[in-house]
Write a protein that binds this ligand. Structure first.
Ligand code: ADP
Ligand code: ADP
Ligand code: ZN
Length: 226
């Protein structure tokens, strides 16, 4: 059951390391919509050396949020591309109330809606362990974990055979700041969706397969068992 309505978006919320990117790769297959990850898009801009990429650099290296206006323009631009006409899976956006409001304004203009906002919850110490052992593909941004989700061949992406690397912002010092920033700035976004009645909480501290099953249910791809 794919998304039918124009601009019906699913939001994947959760702190850095919660497993959003890992799960997004399964979910987009099921939903038939593109994966729109603000962090991936920002890293692509940095790789291409665009003005946005240069402006975002220092914030990302410290683990601080990139200013709202830059991120909002980037996401709105991405959602305007033809492949996002039936909707999108948003990963890592919105992270502030200003971003949430900008998304709502855009959806309102186009008659779109938020189908569900899924919050993947993981304890802080587990987040740190996950990020410290994370390896990312230079070509397709797929992620692996040296212990919890190792690639078939060390250093090589299972999906595209690209080279795996460890992100500079996954260093322990930066990770602590990223998690704190998330809990400080994004909990209000989660409360907002809770009050709008579109929030589903999922226990992200389980195996990748168990989280996947919980997510299928949360986005309405599987009936809740009686
Ligand atoms: P993770 O994959 O660990 O959840 P992301 O890849 O989403 O982290 O984000 C990496 C960095 O990109 C963040 O630390 C932040 O600097 C920037 N970033 C990503 N998404 C946003 C956003 N919605 N608003 C502001 N900054 C963002
Ligand atoms: P996010 O996009 O939310 O920052 P990722 O999907 O990149 O998170 O996952 C962070 C790290 O944790 C990666 O190294 C990934 O392989 C690993 N990981 C993801 N889900 C799980 C899980 N359920 N159990 C253990 N490790 C996981
Ligand atoms: Zn790859």
């Amino acid at each position: 059951m794919a998304l039918h309505r124009h601009d019906e978006v699913v939001l994947l919320l959760g702190a850095p390391g919660a497993g959003k990117g890992t799960q997004a790769r399964f979910l987009i297959e099921l939903l038939g919509v593109p994966h729109v990850a603000s962090g991936d898009l920002l890293r692509e801009h940095r790789q291409r050396g665009t003005d946005l990429g240069k402006a975002a650099q220092s914030y990302m290296d410290r683990g601080d949020l990139v200013p709202d206006d830059l991120v909002v323009d980037m996401i709105v631009d991405r959602l305007t591309r033809p492949d996002a006409e039936a909707g999108a899976l948003l990963d890592g956006f919105p992270r502030t109330i200003a971003q949430a409001e900008a998304l709502e304004r855009r959806l309102q203009r186009l008659g779109g809606t938020i189908r569900v906002a899924v919050y993947v919850e993981v304890p802080r110490d587990v987040l740190v362990e996950r990020l410290a052992g994370r390896w990312m593909c230079r070509s397709c941004q797929a992620t692996f974990h040296e212990l919890f989700n190792p690639p078939d061949r060390a250093g090589t992406c299972d999906t595209c055979e690209g080279e795996l690397f460890q992100r500079a912002d996954d260093k322990r010092e930066v990770v602590a700041n990223r998690v704190n920033v998330y809990l400080r700035d994004t909990l209000s976004v989660i409360e907002r969706y809770e009050s709008h009645g579109v929030l589903r909480r999922i226990d992200g501290n389980q195996s990748i397969a168990a989280v996947k099953a919980a997510l299928r249910q949360a986005v309405g791809l599987e009936p809740i068992p009686a």
